[in-house]
Design a protein around this ligand. Structure first.
Ligand code: ADP
Ligand code: MG
Length: 344
């Protein structure tokens, strides 16, 4: 048999494949958009969804906005206002998208941006396809901030669309992402609603993190929370957490983990926390934990691919061990007071 002829794939196809790997479901896209709004210092973030985010995913914020002159390139791959040189990558400390989020979304959905900065007298609106702006920005009314509208996600990837779960399940994942960001960013007002319906989730931006946890995850969890903190000069990290006491347990177990303010997963940390609780909780039961870890940016492995939610950091074992002991101490403390209380 003759060998196959090797041809270069069309650029648009290559970009679409790459984008489809980064944006796997509506909730991934939303996470990136929320992070952009937070990076733009928004204090109000409103998300509107149709059909689990597949028909419409819109996020409106009151952040800095995007400069008119940046609109033509904002959806090109590797365009960002957040870093300019390679060394910035390690200082910024994000497990970031390095200017890939908007580009990726524009390759797999219809994307439009409406935005206004404080310095401009009016706003502008532009639409994008495959990383490029279509036409020129049109003047538009509007308040300071940005509205990103994503429609018909995966319209050009029918197989991907078929693989997705039902709109209700995608909606659940969207709700999950917003819930977590709303807890971590308790001074930001978040709203989530289905198009044309009243809000499903709403935080005011004026309540404590504990209150937001109680509102979103239930008063029983809210009542069981213990604050745990640790600052460590040796391995240069700061740990802030709210964890349920030993009187609370659930089958599923929920961990909200933020490292340098990005929502991530760390199975090592999760296993460590679970192991602390295993002495106290009935077999097969787990705690609710909210954990925020701030690590010196240079200790974060920025080479992690954007799609990887699972992260690693320098001195991981040592840091996890210290966190584990700290939580253990807290639980021991709360446990004794409980015994004492019972003896009364
Ligand atoms: P990155 O966040 O890694 O820079 P993105 O593709 O997510 O890459 O965004 C590209 C750029 O678009 C950002 O650097 C920022 O300047 C601008 N941008 C995106 N979303 C917003 C927003 N909601 N408000 C203000 N600027 C934004
Ligand atoms: Mg981004």
């Amino acid at each position: 048999m003759e060998p196959g002829v090797i041809k270069k794939l069309d650029k648009v196809v290559v970009n679409r494949i790459a984008a489809g790997e980064i944006i796997q479901k509506p909730a991934n896209a939303l996470k990136e958009l929320i992070e952009n709004s937070l990076d733009a210092k928004a204090t109000q973030i409103q998300v509107t969804v149709k059909s689990g985010g597949l028909k419409l995913l819109q996020i409106q914020d009151n952040g800095t906005g995007i400069r008119r002159e940046d609109l033509p390139i904002v959806c090109e791959r590797f365009t960002t206002s957040k870093l300019t040189k390679f060394e910035d990558l390690s200082n910024i400390g994000t497990f970031g998208f390095r200017g890939e989020a908007l580009a990726s979304i524009s390759h797999v959905a219809h994307l439009s941006i409406q935005t206004k900065t404080a310095n401009e007298s009016c706003g502008y609106k532009a639409s994008y396809e495959d990383g490029m702006m279509k036409g020129t920005p049109k003047a538009s009314a509007g308040n300071q901030g940005t509205i990103i509208t994503v429609e018909d996600l995966f319209y050009n990837m029918p197989q991907r669309r078929q693989c997705l779960k039902s709109p209700a399940e995608e909606m659940q994942k969207i709700c999950d992402v917003i819930s977590k960001y709303a807890v971590h960013n308790s001074s930001v007002a978040f709203t989530l609603k289905k198009y044309g319906e009243p809000p499903i989730l709403r935080t005011t931006g004026r309540r404590t993190r504990d209150c937001n946890i109680a509102d979103i995850y239930g008063t029983q969890i809210g009542r069981s929370l213990l604050p745990v903190e640790l600052e460590d000069d040796v391995h240069k990290f700061k740990f802030t957490a709210l964890v349920t006491n030993v009187d609370y347990s659930e089958k599923r177990g929920i961990m909200l983990l933020f490292i340098n303010h990005r929502l991530v997963d760390s199975s090592a940390l999760k296993a460590a926390v679970d192991s602390v609780y295993s002495t106290y909780l009935p077999k097969g039961m787990h705690p609710f934990t909210y954990v925020s870890l701030e690590i010196t940016p240079t200790h974060v492995d920025v080479n992690v691919h954007p799609t990887k939610h699972e992260v690693h950091f320098l001195y991981e074992d040592e840091i996890i061990d210290k966190i584990k002991r700290r939580i253990e101490l807290k639980l021991l403390g709360s446990n004794t007071s409980r015994t004492f209380y019972k003896q009364l």
